[in-house]
Design a protein around this ligand. Sequence first.
Ligand code: BES
Ligand code: MN
Ligand code: ZN
Length: 499
Amino acid sequence: MKINIVQGNIIESGADTIIVNLFAGVTEPDGATGAVDQALGGLIRELIKSGDLRGKLGEVGSVYPRGAIAAQRVLIAGLGEKADFDLEAARRASAFAMQKARDLGARKVASIVHGAGVEGVDLADAAQATGEAAMLGLYKSPKAYPEPWDVIEELTLVEFDQNKLPAIEAGARVAQANGRAVYMVRDLVLYGPNIVTPTYIADKAREIAHQYHMNVTVGDRAWAAERHMGAFLAVAKGAEEPPAFIILEHNSNRTDLDTLVLVGKGITFDTGGISLKPAEKLEDMKTDMAGAAAVLGAMQVAGELDLPLRLIAILPCTENMPDGRAFRPADILTASNGKTIEIISTDAEGRLVLADALVYASQFKPQAVVDLATLTGACVVALGAGVAAGIFCNEPALQEKLIESGQRMQEKLWALPLWDDYKRKIKSLVADVANSGTRYGGVGTSAIFLKEFVDYPWAHLDIAGMVQVDPSQENPYTPMGATGYGVRLLVDFLRKWKR
Ligand code: BES
Ligand code: MN
Ligand code: ZN
């Protein structure tokens, strides 16, 4: 779906479907809703009076102009109480209305920006929320998509006031880019692990590099061995499928710009290895590359918006398989910074591939490094599926920026402590560090392990509970399946980055 902007009267937009909105308690709508009501001879006011239209969030009324205006139908999206209005209400209203439009067979939709003109709501943010949720709510999983007969071709955001157009244009650009990227990420996370292999992810990275003139490097086993990546290679040992250590660089030689590095865990299937996982829900471990996918999505947006940053993505990708050649519990590895690691569980593989990726990040002299990883079940136990990702950070200012972006984008983060107490739980008799402690505090030990490989401002996001839609958290713009978590959060963080 293409998102356009136009200045003018929504009645004359030429769309087959027009979306306006209504706050709860309003009986005399003004603005675009009022103008449409006028053109329809007071039909909307009549429905409000009769109680058929109440402006509740989630409500989408429909009226048929019968020739009074050119559009085939007018949808009235409820925005809820004005006092409760926020960007999340705009997102939900937009997604609900667009889904209704789709179900009615709309091809060209014109909508006003939900929240435009509401005090305290930034217009660009409102346009982004309206456009983004419109796209995200229309997403269909790979099997179903695209079905030409139920796909809306274009959404035109209409605004009467010429002065408001630049802000709407800016918001819509981000919405379009984020929408496309989240589609890509949801597909990557949902496709089976025989399709989304490390090679497949590398091909995606190459495509993005080609389209946006980025540098791309795909390291194979020999490449990683030359760089002494003993931790990454250990995880890859049991895999028949070739691993890929992917580096994607936006503005790579612009050393005048701030350098940020994004790292994404890319385990394309996590069996647990020799520390084999139980069979129940094992299929969910196809999503263990969601960190890498989110980072790839954010890179695509960075390219599309040409963000003024030197931005590096590092994606250590491999399967974690049991095999005659697989690494074992009790093995002792040496990571690329020379630290030795005693393996307690081959199922604590994410931190191993991240270790070499985090060491690799250091050479770029980054102002900040953010890693995203489906790292621990313990994080999901602590915070709840679909509620918030955990953030561990060694710099309060960086942590605050990320938490704020999470808040704005409704991709929440909750701070967890990076205390040295956890370090004592992963002491080893035979190596510098063990890759796992006991069951308790499993999320803390995972983060303190990663800290061993970091020498810059750094944040670790444990997104294990956030990548698949939890039924309790389903909403109109995150339908069942994969969420695409992290893209919008990262893009907001990158766009607002200032040293
Ligand atoms: N990929 C898993 C974590 C995970 C679990 C993600 C559930 C999504 C849903 C990770 O590699 C893992 O196996 N972690 C272990 C760590 C343990 C062995 C120290 C875990 O959480 O049990
Ligand atoms: Mn694992
Ligand atoms: Zn894993």
